[in-house]
Write a protein that binds this ligand. Structure first.
Ligand code: LMR
Length: 398
């Protein structure tokens, strides 16, 4: 039955974790997966999560809930992206469902897109998170790319991006990272988002936002939702995937939300029911525990404000490590320009290291990152930043 099955290609991100775990060196550093770590390199359980756990202890339903039960979590998630006073919530015109983290939300959307726009494509930024390719491929939606990152300036190629938006067929689907772009750490400015949104109106394109790192770009949850709010002001119908994997440190719980803005509450009810039907056939309903944690944090003002503070602490720690890494490379006398380390935002630094240099870092220094040179800054700590800077300097000196 299965003789024709060959092993699948290694996942570019999970494969890094596997290689790291297999390395016995005490000096090893994992800069692969984009999950938050504290300054000792340990995964973090946020205080707001601990307090929410204490609050829900014993009150949890252990029976699985149907896809529609956690309306509170969905409502609070929708407020988080569209704004707490947004009319979208009051008018009930967002079709939201809880999803298995950002990946699950994207997967539900891709399936929904295929069912109701079977001839459509999806435009991804070049580059984008590696799993986007898998998700839309499995939903049988062909992908196209739009210009995004300019490797020479290590910043946004805005002119080329705008040309691609203009040249795409009318009513195309585009995926955006609203803040803390993965893998490049390069985001459009407010003014540039306004121009993109305007051009989307002209072309009638559909914007789908994958919000996986809300709070990590600026330390401020509202500021990081600015791109989406601009599109909202311009009255676009928007799709949005949200993840609590990084912002609440709940990677293992797979908690997220998919929302699609609709013209009215009647359309929202129809779309919600279709997405729920897709989820029902794929995995039934999501596990309850993580959803209750998120719901508890978002609907309790004290826990929510504790969470807002903790997001800022995480974002600030990463920002400080960017500064130290850059300073250390400069102190070592590197002849290369490392300004992009501090110019880029969020969890990732798109270092510019070549696949050969990335391999040398793994083999000679036990430092692991994805082949495209993406550094998960969350893995950089006070204890390893000197060692990392020395190693990068060694593999990049001519
Ligand atoms: C990443 O890009 O490392 C994160 O989004 C984690 C993941 O699941 O790939």
């Amino acid at each position: 039955w299965w003789d024709h099955v060959a092993p699948a290609a290694k996942d570019p991100i999970n494969g890094v974790t596997e290689a790291f775990l297999a390395d016995p060196s005490p000096f090893k550093i994992n800069l692969g997966v984009g999950a938050y770590r504290d300054d000792k390199g340990r995964p973090v359980v946020l205080q707001c999560v601990r307090e929410a756990e204490a609050k829900i202890a014993g009150s949890e339903f252990l029976e699985s809930i149907s896809a529609s039960v956690s309306t509170k979590m969905v409502e609070e998630s929708v407020k988080l992206v569209y704004g707490k006073d947004s009319d979208v919530v009051k008018e009930g015109r967002s079709a939201g469902v809880q999803a298995l983290s950002g990946t699950g939300a994207c997967r539900l959307f891709a399936e929904f897109q295929r069912r109701f726009h079977p001839e459509s494509h999806i435009y991804f930024p070049d580059p984008t998170w590696s799993n986007h390719h898998n998700i839309w491929r499995d939903a049988q939606i062909p992908e196209r790319t739009y210009h995004y990152y300019d490797p020479d300036s290590k910043s946004l190629d805005f002119a080329a991006l705008m040309d691609d938006i203009k040249n795409a067929p009318d009513s195309s689907f585009f995926l955006f990272h609203p803040s803390a772009h993965n893998p490049t750490g390069v985001d459009p400015t407010e003014e540039q988002w306004r121009e993109i949104s305007y051009q989307f109106k002209v072309k009638g394109h559909f914007p789908f936002f994958d919000m996986a790192y809300q709070g990590f770009a600026s330390g401020d949850l509202d500021k990081d939702a600015q791109a989406i709010r601009i599109f909202l002001e311009d009255e676009h119908l928007i799709g949005c995937a949200q993840s609590y994997a990084k912002s609440m440190g709940l990677y293992g719980h797979r908690v997220g939300c998919l929302s699609i803005l609709c013209v009215d509450s009647k359309q929202a009810a129809a779309i919600r029911s279709q997405i729920q039907q897709i989820a029902r056939a794929m995995y039934g309903s999501p596990p309850v525990h993580g959803i209750l944690l998120v719901e508890t944090i978002l609907s309790d003002p004290n826990l929510k404000s504790l969470w807002i503070d903790e997001v800022k602490i995480m974002a600030d720690r990463i920002q400080r490590k960017r500064t130290t890494l850059r300073q250390n490379l400069e102190k070592l006398g590197s002849s290369l320009n490392w300004e992009h380390i501090t110019n880029q935002l969020g969890m990732f630094c798109f270092s510019g290291l070549t696949p050969y240099q990335v391999d040398r870092l793994a083999k000679e220094f036990h430092i692991y990152m994805t082949q495209d040179g993406r550094i998960s800054m969350a893995g950089v700590t006070t204890g390893n930043v000197n060692y990392l800077a020395n190693a990068i300097h060694e593999v990049t000196r001519s």
